[in-house]
Structures are given as C-alpha cells and as structure tokens.
Design a protein around this ligand. Structure first.
Ligand code: GLN
Ligand code: ZN
Length: 765
C-alpha cells in the first residue's frame, strides 16, 4: 500500500486569472450564465488534471467557488436572507451574485451585498453568513455532489470538501445580538446529513470537512457542540470516512476534545504548529488516520524535503502507511498557482520558491520517497536540500550590514527624546497650526490619466522625464488646490504610487515582485503580494524627492507619507527562516532612515500608515500581547529618530480599538487618524475611556461612499468627538485616503470639511 498524498483545496482563479475575466464578462453582460459556467468547469478540469498529473492521491472537489466557499455554504444550506427574495428551490445564480456583490445600479433594485470579513488571519475575505431569528435551513444547492459527479465523469475520484457546520455557524452573525449561533445546529445538521448521504450515494468514500475554528480559543459549550455535530454526521452516512481538517494553527487545548470526535481522519497544520505532531501522536487513537500538513500552504517557500521526511518517516513506521496522509498545511488557495510563469525572476530566487504547482510536485516527491525509499528520488531530494542550504548561506539573503545594524539597536532607540507633552509644545511652536487643524490621509484621486500615464511609463511608451513631468504637474495642482480651499496640513497626493506596499518594496532590497503570482483577496479581486526573501535595507531615499518638491511649492506644512513596518510585513509573503518580528525590525530600521531623511529635507510632519496593524493579531488571545509588543516597538523604531518638533502621525483605517487601545497608545504617535464616520464616532469611546493622551483625527468623511457629506453632518460628528475628547486633541480629516474617489466627489467634500472645522473654531470662540 502506498501513502496517500492529498491537497485540501486548489486555487480557483486560474493561472492567468481566467476566472476573473469570466466573472467580469458575465457581470458586464458580455457572457451569459451558461458561458460562465462552462469557463468555470474548464478551470476545475484543469486544476484536477494538474493535480492528477503530479500524482496526488486525494484530490479535492467542491473547493472551487465562483466567488467564495463560505457563500457557497450559505447557499447550500439555504441561509439566504429574506431581502434577496429567494423563495425556495435551488438558489439561482443571480441571487448568489446579489448576495456576493449587491445589485447597485441594476434595474432589479438596490440590494446590499452581504458583509465581508477576513478569513482567519489570511488576506482572503469571505461573505459573512447571516442568520435571522428563527432561521431555518434546507438543502438549496447540490454543488458539492454535482462537482463530485462532474469529476467522476472525467475519471477522477475526488474527496469532496465541505466547510464544517460548527465553523460555518461560528463564522456567521446573528441578526439578533443575543442569539446563540450554535443553537442553530439542530436545524443545520440534517442538511449536512443529507449532503453526506447524497455524496455516499454518488460514490464518495472520503469526505473532507473543514473545521478551522478548532484552532481558536473555544469554550466548553463549543467543544460540546463539536461532539454532538460529529456524532450526528458520522451516523448520517456510515459508509463515508470523514477527514476533519484543521488549519491555520495548532489544536492546543482543543486537541483532546478533537481526538474524541468520531471521524476517520484528522488533518493537522504542521507548518504553523509543528509541535502539534508529537502531542497528537501521543494521544491519537490507533485507528485514526493522521493527515500531516507538512508543506506550507500559506507561503511561497520551497520545502526542505529531506528534513520533512525525517519527521514523516517515523510516523509512518509507528502508525503504518495506511494511517498516514501527507498534504499541504491548508488549502493552496492562499498561494499563487505556478512559478513557471515568473520568467522575470532569476533562477537563484526561483530555486527558493514553490507556488501551488511546485508544492504538488514536492508532495509527490515525498510520497515516492516514502513508498519507494529516498534513493528513488535522490536527485529531487538533493536539489531540495541544496536550495535549503543556499538559502541559509546566500549573501543575497543574509546582509551583514543589516545584521550589524539590528544588533546595534540600543535600548532607547524606540523612544522619542521627550514625552508627548514636551513634544507637543515644540510642535506647536514649530508648526503654528490653528485649532481643529484640517488634513487628509495622503492620496488624492488616482484618475484614469494617472493610471494611464503609469501604464505607459511601465510599457516604455513614455520616458522617465515625461512621466516625471506629468507627476509634478499633478502634484502641483493638488498642492495649489489644497492651499486654495484652506487645508492646514497638505499632502503631495501620492500620484507616483502604484500601491502603498509595492511602491516601497520596489525600492527596498530583500523584496521581490512577481508578474502573475495573484492570490484571491475576495471574489474577483486578486492581489499580488510582494515576496520578502532577504534582509531588508534601503539603498536610497524613497519619498524625499516628492515630499520636498511638494513642500517647495507652499509655506504650509506638507506631510510626508510612509507605509509602516507592520503593514509592509502583513501584506507581503514573509520569509520563514527567521521570526516575523525580526523581518519587521529590519523594515522598521529601513523606514527609520527615510523618516530621518524627510526631516532633514525640511518635512515637519511625517505620517506612517499602519492600516494592517490590527490584522496581524494572532488567532489565539494568549499570543496577542507578544505580537502587540513587537509591532508597537517596530512602529516606534521607525518613528523615533526625529526631533521633538517633528510631528509623527499614524493612520489606521478601521475602528475596533477597544481591546488593543493600550498598544495603540504605546505606539506614541503624536497624532492618529482613524475611521469613525460610518460608526458616528462610537468608537471614540475606547479612546475616551482610556484617556488617550495624544491627538486624534476621527474621520468625518466616509470616503467609501460617493456622496458629499454636508457641512452640518461633519460639524455634528465633530461635536460628538468633542464630547469624548479635549478640543485641543482633535484633528479634522477624512476616514481614509482618497485614491478611489473622483475629484468631483473629493472637492466639495473637502470644502465642506474645512467649513466644518471653521465652524468648530468659531463655536470654541
Ligand atoms: N496614505 C494612504 C492613502 O491615503 C493610506 C491608505 C490606507 O490607509 N489604506 O492612500
Ligand atoms: Zn485608511
């Protein structure tokens, strides 16, 4: 008998983003539903044949989704909120897309999309299930069965994947705040049972049920819910073997409860939680099949295969090959598809990388090594070990100057010279700003012309000088306009930036950029995260020229704009050969030089954006403080090289601060701007209760909507802010950058914002 290799899920988007094209054509009316479904089927076939060619044993089905697998699950169980007007039966495609995207601007009405939120600690976003009071469930889509049958028709026997019922409920939200989502299980389980029976009837043997919530902090009631759930599911279709898949962390204190569940197999994420293996081996019942998630499904690094075999072989020896499977740690949804498309990356760097396709090949080598002995795949193993060796030693990765710099970080380097009170006095004298100073978050509209010029420059159809001239004109126009309408702290507009991480990464060493390495962020939105492969350093100033140019045009202070170290880390693929914290410190030191250079160039205010600060929170509470401590330290390392009189701002475009407010305060930015317009300033409670000492710009203009907020509305929001904060603490600014808006929207909104600030000043006398 040979070992089973398996994948938990494969990217849906297609190597050339075929799914995006098909969806957008369909939404624009250029491709009908049948055409879209045919395109989708072709993508599934391609993914299966890719995996089969690589020799994978258990191939997933139902991992494909037109938009999102959580939305698919809502549709499977008939959790379609009433407003979408579904009357039972199979949920139609239009209803599915209405839930996904809303129906704004369509003749059929103006329905909102379902809420979207981050899938655990990934950059994938799922559609949040919504449960009404008295929510009932019924089988409303047979996609899981249909796609199993579809593969079978192509001669491929798959392992269908379902999002488990407990995680599904926990990921959703109840319309009534007080409602216990797990109380919905009795209604939900019969639908799952029916799906399992149908899968069994269609010929399935293994079914993978994903319960990623098992890696979270759970209470006893939730653990008990898992027990009743899996008893019910095991009984529903006794011929099926259920593989319970956990990922994104270790089971920790949920391990014993998990090992008691009546399932045939358990998948463990050994990339995230390598220590979990020994604990599981010590306690797992002999009959349980363990699926070892040894290949990192969240990252782009090539594995050290001999090292992995050192861990897998003893497990196989102890439990028997029929009780072990090997797999990536989680679905490959979170990695790009094929490194072979990256013809722009050099061979050495490529030698250190593995995308989904390469991970399949790695898995297959591991499988053959176990079945036939290492000698059978000696060349592949040697190449893998050699890549691991060069990665440990390459001077391209390990830069002595960076190491020396890191080692030389002295204790006080992450502190400003004076406390906030002293800095504030120095800054007031230096800046001479009015009460309730107005500013924006950095970017101005990235218009069609701006994007066109950038594309033309990238293609080489306009030269550097022409592009530069274009950007200078845009910048000058923005500066003049801000002066004209009376904004107090100006920005240069960020016209030269393609993306707030990429723009910096391209100027730092240790970063690499890809051309085709897209991963799904949500629906048809994909991102191409940069790859941090080596020590990060800043060979040259990155933003000083644009900031100085803008400052040269005006007497008013121009705010320098940087992306902070935590966000630079969080929105990239990060090297796995040192702690994330170490990489973040390197970035912090590189950015620190930029901050100092901006100050030297006469920039008096510098904003360090950290929109991803909260996203970095670990899944388990017990790990939060350690993260928050190093993340805040990295921010302070970036910010603390300047004199007291230089004002440091930060910006975070979200709103939940209650549970992390002391860490936010410990970042010690002189001014923080946050998103508050949509929540009507409610979240200022956290700052007020904490007695947040520094200055705050609570957003008064919701930039996510195209509307122009009237003066009164913004003045009201400021009056509300005034109830929570001292008058000399308050800044007046929008919620976030304006790059996605049009000038026609931005102009009147900012004119009104300045008027609202003026009204506050008048009222204050
Ligand atoms: N300075 C950036 C901008 O205005 C901040 C963007 C963000 O917070 N996501 O675009
Ligand atoms: Zn923002």
């Amino acid at each position: 008998m040979s070992i089973v290799t398996s994948t938990l899920g494969f990217p849906r988007i297609g190597p050339r983003r075929e799914l995006k094209k098909a969806l957008e054509d369909h939404w624009a009316g250029r491709r009908d539903a049948a055409g879209l479904l045919a395109d989708a089927a072709a993508l599934r076939t391609a993914a299966w044949s890719r995996q089969r060619k690589a020799g994978i044993g258990h191939l997933p089905s139902n991992d494909f989704s037109l938009y999102d697998h959580v939305l698919d699950t809502s549709v499977m169980v008939g959790a379609v909120p009433a407003l979408y007007g579904w009357n039972g039966g199979t949920v139609p495609l239009e209803t599915y897309f209405a839930m996904a995207r809303g129906t704004r601007g369509r003749s059929s009405g103006d329905l909102p999309a379902q809420e979207m939120t981050k899938w655990f600690d990934t950059n994938y976003h799922y559609m949040v299930p919504e449960f009404a009071r008295g929510q009932e469930f019924c089988l409303a889509s047979t996609k899981a069965v249909d796609q199993f049958t579809e593969a079978k028709g192509q001669g491929i026997h798959t392992r269908p994947v379902l999002l488990g019922p407990v995680s599904y409920l926990l990921l959703g939200k109840a319309a009534d705040d007080g409602m216990d989502r797990l109380a919905l299980l009795p209604g939900l389980l019969p639908v799952y049972a029916e799906v399992l029976r149908r899968l069994a009837a269609a010929g399935a043997d293994w079914v993978q049920i994903d319960e990623p919530c098992l890696v979270l902090d759970l209470d006893d009631a939730t653990r008990a819910a898992f027990a009743t759930t899996y008893q019910a599911l095991a009984a529903a279709a006794p011929s099926l073997r259920l593989l319970l898949a956990t990922y994104f962390g270790g089971l920790g204190d949920n391990l014993d409860a998990t090992l008691r569940l009546p399932v045939a197999g358990l998948h463990l994420d050994l990339a995230r939680a390598p220590g979990e293996l020994d604990r599981a081996l010590a306690r797992a019942p002999a009959g349980l099949t363990l699926s070892l998630g040894v290949i990192d499904g969240r990252n782009v690094w090539r594995s050290d295969l001999p090292a992995l075999l050192d861990r897998i072989e003893p497990v196989v020896a102890a439990r028997g090959v029929e009780r072990v499977m090997i797999a990536p740690s989680c679905s490959l949804l979170h990695v790009p598809i094929d490194l072979a498309l990256e013809t722009g990356l050099d061979a050495e760097l490529c030698g250190w990388l593995a995308f989904a396709q390469q991970k399949l090949e790695e898995l297959s080598v591991l499988g053959r090594a176990i079945d036939q002995g290492r000698a059978a795949v000696a060349d592949s193993l040697a190449a893998s070990a050699e890549a691991a060796r060069t990665r440990r030693t390459s001077p391209r990765i390990h830069d002595r100057a960076v190491a020396a710099r890191l080692a030389a970080v002295a204790p006080g380097m992450d502190k400003r010279a004076s406390g906030f009170a002293g800095r504030r006095a120095a800054q007031r004298a230096h800046l001479g700003l009015p009460a309730f100073p107005t500013t924006t978050i950095g970017s101005f509209p990235q218009t069609e012309e701006v994007r066109k010029a950038r594309a033309a420059h990238a293609k080489g159809s306009i030269d550097d000088a022409a592009y530069d001239q274009f950007l200078r004109e845009e910048t000058e126009r923005a500066v003049r306009w801000q002066e004209e309408v009376g904004i107090d702290v100006l920005v240069h507009g960020e016209f030269e930036r393609n993306d707030m991480v990429q723009y910096f990464g391209e100027q730092l060493s240790g970063y690499a950029f890809t051309r085709h390495a897209w991963v799904q962020s949500y629906g048809s939105r994909y991102v191409r995260p940069p790859i941090i492969f080596g020590d990060v350093a800043r060979p040259n100033p990155m933003t000083v020229a644009w900031a100085s140019y803008a400052q040269s045009l005006t007497e008013r202070p121009v705010k320098g704009m940087l992306t902070g170290p935590v966000t630079m880390l969080q929105w990239s693929f990060v090297r796995d050969d040192q702690p994330r914290e170490a990489t973040c410190r390197q970035i912090a030191l590189a950015l620190r030089d930029e901050v100092v250079d901006l100050e030297r160039a006469g920039i008096r205010i510098i904003q360090i954006d950290e929109p991803a600060f909260r996203e970095g929170l670990p899944l388990r509470r017990a790990d939060w403080q350690a993260y928050l401590d190093w993340a805040a330290t990295c921010f302070r390392l970036t910010a603390s090289g300047v004199a007291d009189a230089t004002q440091i701002h930060t910006h975070m475009c979200y709103s939940e601060f209650n549970d992390i407010i002391d860490s936010i305060a410990s970042m010690d930015a002189d001014v923080i701007s946050i998103e508050t317009a949509r929540s009507k300033m409610e979240l200022l409670d956290a700052f007020a209760n904490f007695r947040y000492p520094n200055e705050i710009g609570p957003g008064v203009y919701d930039i996510h909507a195209p509307r122009t907020p009237p003066v009164d509305e913004m003045a009201d929001l400021l009056a509300k802010a005034r109830q929570h904060l001292a008058p000399d603490q308050i800044w007046v600014n929008p919620d976030c950058g304006l790059k996605t808006r049009k000038w026609e929207e931005v102009r009147p909104a900012l004119v009104n914002m300045v008027a609202a600030a003026q009204a506050m000043r008048n009222a204050a006398g």
